[in-house]
Design a protein around this ligand. Structure first.
Ligand SMILES: *Cc1c(COP(=O)(O)O)cnc(C)c1O
Length: 365
């Protein structure tokens, strides 16, 4: 709280921004995660001073001491959220204060300093405004915002670092899937887990992703799109995908999703869909669901749909599930009705074509 005045951002306009024609070409078909805008936000934290030197300046390579703690002990956390263009042309963020809150929860788990939530949201907002000329021209595009923090103190002793950087970068993103995602096939990992009780599963940290790359590669190698993880203790309960939460839809109007028991990332898409599903009259159950039950319910027809969800792809139907002991199809094997309905309701709120009764949308100009 004492550092509130430190969040006056000083502005350093890019001396040589990307030429308009090059930018126009890049934002016509940006794909995901490979085009970046001209600017970035940077805020520094050091022991004793707290947060200081908040700037919006040119996006440029970082200079890091080779002993920087993040390079050795992986003290790093991140967030991912999108700026959308509303039907009336203005830009907006979707529940950014929830990202700010989760960022601080991740910071606490990784023994890093917390950033005041207003500073987090303001940093994202300012960067969107600075680089709004980069908003994709492709239908359904967005600006994907990536706030992150890492330890840059040069020290090889094992303890929380005394110096950190908070950055936000911005990446124009295309429409993941034009009219709803096609159903994906997922691989149930037997040899690997994502998170153990007491570990970092509920924190959005790079380390979790590093550990998921081999199982994800295994899924691809076997001809599937994504990996799904079971719990580490009993190897029985469905937890989530590498970067998406998972839901199960039943023929009697029940919706199940695994509970936030500490090993699952508390997705903001997950939370939003739970609220929308409740309004749709679905019976919500946040409880454990086993792989065996999933298979049995898919076979009996009790389970009619499954889907994964997250900011990047919104909602992705799961059509097929495969593991070491065979595979099964969910429902028709294609996108299900409730999956499509929930996706459309959420997208309509995000794009301002449906009324924002939850006050989830923050206009930013
Ligand atoms: C980011 C993330 C999600 C999805 O969270 P959203 O807030 O919905 O984008 C789900 N699982 C993992 C492991 C994640 O890192």
């Amino acid at each position: 709280m004492a550092d509130a005045p430190a969040f006056e951002f000083s502005r350093i306009p890019h001396p040589a921004p990307v030429p308009g024609a090059t930018r126009a070409e890049a934002i016509a078909d940006p794909g995901f995660g490979k085009v970046f805008t001209d600017h970035m936000v940077s805020i520094v934290w050091s022991e004793g001073r707290g947060w200081h030197d908040a700037t919006i300046g040119p996006r440029e390579p970082l200079s890091l001491d080779p002993a920087a703690a993040v390079l050795h002990y992986a003290q790093e956390i991140f967030e991912g959220l999108k700026a959308y263009r509303l039907a009336d042309g203005s830009l907006a963020l979707f529940r950014p204060e929830e990202n700010a809150r989760r960022f601080n929860a991740s910071a606490r788990r990784l023994a890093m300093p917390e950033l005041p939530e207003e500073a987090f949201v303001e940093a994202v907002r300012q960067l969107v405004l600075a680089d709004k000329a980069w908003f994709p021209t492709v239908d359904g595009g967005s600006l994907y915002m990536r706030p992150f923090m890492f330890a840059d103190e040069p020290f090889l002793g094992v303890r929380p670092a005394k110096h950190y950087r908070f950055l936000v970068i911005c990446s124009p993103a295309g429409n993941y899937f034009k009219s709803g995602a096609p159903a994906v096939s997922i691989w149930v990992s037997r040899d690997y887990t994502r998170a153990a009780p007491g570990g970092t599963g509920a924190a959005k940290c790079g380390g979790n992703y590093a550990a998921s790359l081999v199982p994800q590669a295994e899924a691809i190698e076997r001809g599937h799109d994504q990996v799904v993880f079971l719990d580490a203790a009993e190897h029985k309960w469905v937890e989530e995908l590498g970067g998406m939460n998972v839901f199960f839809v039943f023929d009697d109007g029940t919706l199940i999703t695994p509970p936030l028991s500490g090993t699952i990332l508390p997705g903001i898409t997950r939370d939003s869909l739970l609220q929308l599903a409740r309004e749709e009259g679905l019976r919500i159950r946040e409880e454990r669901y086993s792989l065996n039950q999933w298979r049995a319910d898919a076979a009996s027809g009790k389970l009619v749909e499954s889907f994964a969800c997250g900011t990047a792809a919104v909602v992705t139907p799961i059509g097929r599930v495969a593991g070491e002991d065979g595979e099964f199809t969910v429902g028709s094997g294609g996108p299900g009705q409730m999956t499509s309905r929930l996706r459309e309701r959420l997208v309509a709120i995000q794009r301002g074509t449906a009324e924002d009764t939850h006050h989830w949308v923050t206009r930013i100009g």
